[in-house]
Design a protein around this ligand. Structure first.
Ligand SMILES: NC(=O)c1ccc[n+]([C@@H]2O[C@H](COP(=O)([O-])OP(=O)(O)OC[C@H]3O[C@@H](n4cnc5c(N)ncnc54)[C@H](OP(=O)(O)O)[C@@H]3O)[C@@H](O)[C@H]2O)c1
Length: 204
């Protein structure tokens, strides 16, 4: 697949590395421009190039959103996401690192309002980037879980396959609203590295 990465810091840069290692092509982007991403592109090697956020979004399907949630207004125009699978890895934190109180809403529902025609899947939200970087395990071993949620079953199956390809176990927590809520900061599955059995016990 060709995967666009918007936000190439801890999570975006790590995911891009894992996706490329699994044989996919990745376009990485950030707010400072492609030249600033030369070290990351060099370290990933084959299959990686840097682009603008809009260029990465046009290149990829799926597209990974890994920028600070509070900077969502800086995303490319909504039309470039239309019809594409968009993976929302963003968690709603303020600039001082406090979880934003969204009342009855969930963070990915807010993202869906910003890009309404995207096929949105919430994933890569609960695992710290260091675990993502080092926690990949071969098939047959007790893999760590990456959760996903969304309202488009086909989009979720594409993302689940991708999660398996990079050495983790996908677990679907449900719809964008309720499944998304289960993945938000403060929930029992948010933060700790979990095997599938541990994750299912906590979700029960
Ligand atoms: N860190 C974790 O362990 C972790 C785990 C799960 C989920 N998350 C979520 O993942 C997201 C990224 O976190 P992170 O820790 O990877 O942050 P980070 O290391 O600070 O990286 C953020 C990236 O977003 C880019 N960026 C900011 N605004 C942008 C814009 N308008 N357009 C394009 N790129 C933009 C930054 O580019 P510049 O440097 O050029 O500004 C940088 O590459 C957050 O929403 C966070 O809640 C993080």
């Amino acid at each position: 697949m060709r995967i666009g990465i918007i936000g190439a810091g801890h999570i975006g840069g790590t995911a891009a590395t894992l996706f490329a290692r699994a044989g996919h092509e990745v376009a990485v982007s950030n707010s400072r421009g492609p030249d600033s991403l030369a070290p990351l592109v060099t370290s990933i090697g084959r299959g990686a190039h840097a682009d603008s956020p809009e260029g990465a979004a046009k290149f990829g399907d799926p597209i990974l959103l890994a920028i600070p949630w509070r900077r969502m207004d800086g995303l490319p125009p909504r039309d470039v996401f239309s019809g594409k699978i968009v993976i929302d890895a963003m968690n709603a934190y303020s600039a001082v690192g406090r979880a934003v109180d969204l009342g009855d809403e969930t963070s990915s529902e807010e993202v869906a309002k910003r890009i309404p025609k995207a096929r949105l899947v919430k994933a890569f939200n609960t695992m710290g980037w260091k675990t993502l970087e080092t926690g990949s395990r071969p098939v047959g071993e007790d893999r760590l879980v990456i959760f996903l949620a969304g309202d488009d079953p086909q989009a979720k199956s594409v993302v689940a396959k991708l999660i398996g390809e990079i050495g983790f176990a996908p677990i679907d927590t449900g719809s964008l609203r309720e499944g998304g809520r289960r993945q938000q900061p403060g929930s029992p599955i948010y933060g700790p590295p979990l095997t599938a059995r541990q994750a299912r016990d906590l979700l029960r």
